[in-house]
Design a protein. Structure first.
Ligand code: HAM
Length: 418
């Protein structure tokens, strides 16, 4: 029997895996440059954390969670998103009692039992950041800037930033009244109506044409923003201008998770088809309190690494391969094989990437391997080299050879590489 990966997961192996690393590296650089620090959290949490934090009426919680009972009879869920876990950890460890805002970034796999398709996986990778504890529109712009800078550094161009505001409680209360009145007149089935009554905004998630048609002309939250929410939204826009980040205002934006308030945003890539959101995020005022903490606001984003890689591919951008091979040692004979082990180790300790032609490959095959691996230098070790304790370092780019004593391999490599 041949095993296959479970349905709907993405895998990255060399050389493509170095793109994956590179994208995360650029994101980390961008987050670190704005003083975000790593937070490393568990992949599974108490199911209730997501039910309460993300919202029972969301697709994520109602249909897509990987939930199971552990051996102690506890209900456990593989994390479908990162924000609830970050807030749980901040509360649990009292990080919110220290310097605010708490600024953290995280990276890793997330799980949603969605119908797999291009760009939509059941295990996917996110890089995310959260800034928790201070409600300041300038932080909203900073958070957006972290994602934007990283995308720009990777060379992505064909994307649009869309922003909106979901307002404060007052804004949402006023909008809710109008929206419920509007929905009451529509032709909706029982289940949809019941869901809409719990959280009317969720109706905008509905993908069915019959429902979507009826929603044209529905009252839009952006038109109901309180004076304070409007002022904040204006400041976010002003700060984005200062950062030189272009954006569109999208009054119809609906985020798939319930905790959003105030600023909401998405980066949409134009060559990805249906799953085009490469990053999404926004502010959440009530989440910490809902999860049993104090009432502090936060903002963050989750950025899909898988979709970002697809976007890079679609734009024809080849990310640099971070891996390179400085030295490939080709030993011939048993004594040479043991010497190769020593020399490769010396080179590695000396800061070079070194590999050995293992097994009993003939010289010709080993040289082919060196070519394929794009080794910068090759050192062939035969009986003569071992007895004379010397050899020739061959530079593969031009075929030139330098005679060296084996004892000074590292310093010779340093000289030749400078
Ligand atoms: P989200 O919009 O659910 O937000 O996900 C963020 C990003 O993760 C999406 O824009 C997409 O790029 C990627 N993503 C989501 N689901 C999948 C999937 N099934 N396959 C591939 N990629 C996917 C959140 O998760 C929030 N926690 C973001 C946030 C942080 N908001 C505030 N702070």
């Amino acid at each position: 029997m041949n095993f296959q990966a479970p349905k709907g997961v993405s895998e990255y192996f060399p050389p493509k895996s170095s793109w994956f690393e590179y994208a995360i590296w650029k994101l980390e650089e961008s987050a670190l440059a704005a003083n975000y620090r790593l937070i490393e959290l568990p992949i599974f949490e108490d199911t209730e954390l997501f039910a309460r934090g993300v919202g029972e009426t969301t697709d994520v919680v109602s249909k897509e969670m990987y939930t199971f009972e552990d051996r102690g009879g506890r209900s456990i869920t593989l994390r479908p998103e990162g924000t609830a876990g970050v807030i749980r950890s901040i509360i649990e460890h009292g990080l919110d009692r220290g310097q605010l805002p708490v600024k953290v970034f995280y990276k890793g796999p997330f799980f949603r039992a969605e119908r797999p398709q291009a760009g939509r996986y059941r295990q996917f990778y996110q890089f995310g950041i959260e800034a928790v504890g201070i409600d300041d529109p300038l932080i909203d712009a900073e958070v957006i800037g972290v994602a934007h800078r990283a995308f720009a550094k990777m060379g992505l161009r064909n994307f649009t930033l869309k922003i909106s505001s979901l307002g404060d409680q007052e804004s949402r209360r006023n909008h809710r009244v109008e929206l419920l009145q509007y929905l009451a007149k529509l032709d909706l089935d029982e289940e949809t109506r019941a869901r809409a009554e719990k959280n009317p905004l969720r109706i905008f998630d509905d993908k069915r044409e019959a429902v979507r048609k009826q929603l044209q002309g529905a009252p839009v939250l952006l038109d109901y923003l309180s004076v304070e929410s409007l002022e904040k939204f204006d400041l976010v826009q002003e700060a984005l201008h200062k950062l030189g980040i272009g954006f569109e205002i999208d009054p119809m934006m609906v985020r798939g998770l319930d905790y959003y308030t105030g600023t909401a945003f998405e980066f949409i890539h134009h060559q990805l088809g249906a799953q085009s959101t490469i990053c999404g995020g926004g502010r959440y005022d009530g989440l910490m309190e809902t999860l049993g903490g104090q009432s502090l606001s936060g903002i963050g984003f989750g950025l899909g690494i898988d979709r970002t890689l697809l976007a890079l591919e679609a734009e024809g951008i080849e990310l640099a391969d971070r891996q390179y091979l400085d030295l490939f040692i080709i030993p011939i004979g048993d004594a040479a094989r043991m010497r190769a082990v020593e020399l490769a180790n010396e080179a590695r300790i000396g800061g070079f990437v070194a590999d050995i032609s293992y097994g009993d490959r003939a010289l010709k095959g080993s040289m082919k391997a060196a070519d394929k691996l794009q080794a910068h230098f090759v050192l062939v070790l035969g009986e003569d080299e071992i007895s004379s304790n010397s050899g020739k370092l061959k530079r593969m780019s031009d075929g030139s050879e330098s005679s060296i004593t084996l004892a000074s391999l590292v310093s010779e490599l340093k000289k030749l590489s400078s």
